[in-house]
Structures are given as C-alpha cells and as structure tokens.
Design a protein around this ligand. Sequence first.
Ligand code: PGA
Length: 249
Amino acid sequence: MRPLIAGNWKMHGLSSQLAEIEAIAASVKLRPTHADVLVCLPATLIARASSLAAGRIAIGAQNCHSEISGAFTGDISAEMLRDAGANTVILGHSERRQHHGETDAVVAKKVEAASRAGLLAIICIGETQLQRKDGKALAVCGNQIAASLPDSMSMSVNAVGYEPLWAIGSGQEPTPDEIVEMHEHIRECLVSRLGTRGRTIRILFGGSVNPDNARAILALPEVDGALVGGASLKATDFAAIIGVVPAEP
Ligand code: PGA
C-alpha cells in the first residue's frame, strides 16, 4: 500500500509559517517520494497553502461541521474546506473528542459530511493510558471504529489514525509489539466490516512520531503511514520523516 505521511499542525500556524509548506513542497519536488504527503492546517491557511503546494503535497483540514451551511456561528462545513482547497479532513481527533465532547456518533456524521463534500477522511481513534492498563485498549479502539465509521461511507475513508492518547505530544511511545498488535486488530475490524475494501484503508500511527523513530515505526507490519503533530511544524523534521519512505522509482 502506498504510505500516507500526514502532518497535523493543530492550532499552530500564522502566515509567516507558510514558508514551511513551501519548503515541504519543494523537498517533495526535489525527491519525489513513494508516499502521499498531506498537511492538515488551521482553516485560515488552507487556501494560501494549497496554492503554494501546487499539487506537490495535499492540504487538509482538522475538523468540520456535519451540516452544509446554517446558523452555526464559528463552525466550518466540509464544503467550505473543499472550496478553500482541502482534499482531506481529520475527524475524531482525540483533542476534539476530549475538549469538544465529540462522540463516535458525531464523528460518524462528520464522515458523512466529508463524503458529501468530496473530502477524504482520516478517522482518529485511540485509548487512554488507563484503558490500556486495564487491558481494554483493543476493545476501546474496535468500538471506536465500529461507531465512527459509517459502512456506506467507507469509500471516503482514506485512513484510520491510531493515536494512543498517552503518546500524543508526550514523547512516550508504545512498544513495537503494542503498535503491531493494535494495527493488526484495526485491520481485522476493517476487513470484517468492509470485506476487501477494509484492506485498502491505510492505518496510520500517530503519537510523538519524529525523525528519530519514524523509520522503525513505518517498517512495522500494518503501519501504512504516520500522523505527525509536533514534528510536522518544521519542514526539515517533516521532510526527514518523508525521507524514510523510498523515493519514487
Ligand atoms: P504529536 O501529535 O506527533 O505531536 O504527538 C500527533 C497528533 O495528535 O496527531
């Protein structure tokens, strides 16, 4: 499967940081990679970034509302993101689930919205440290997939991002065995739900991926790419992670 290296800038980035997008696009131009490269930006930067990216890298968003339009002050629809130049949207990130009360049902509605607007979706799942300690990690993530991914929308799901909450921004990583166990479990869940289509959805690992650990993580079975937060903010770091994937022949 062609890997996906996706950056998630979260609530970081002013106009001055668009130079990083230009630099990432330039590095991909210089060394075409056998990976899809995507950076999910604050909505304010999407339009300018997509013209700077010039098709060399894809530009995405980090959330959307489930409705097309309406009296939802401060919200942004999938159609608006598409119109601004995004081709993908991250949905159900743990920070949205935690700080904005997004349930699996809300995430599922947003996946439908992404599909309606012609956006690809990256659905994020992941367990807390306590859930892992209690031996519930596989069940928690399995349930999140079951409830966040509407069957009929599977064609719009570009990837599932597995991001253990305790690994995000913490520098803590699961062991390789823990990553493989979870990714294999996610694959089984996808295949049992969606049949062969479930084999084509990429499973990204996220949580403190950086230039030092990316090679080992991306080499693991059923790891089809990475969702990178902090290390995607600097073009040099993000390009180093992209550089782990072989160049396009
Ligand atoms: P991190 O964030 O790479 O900074 O841990 C990943 C994410 O939350 O998507």
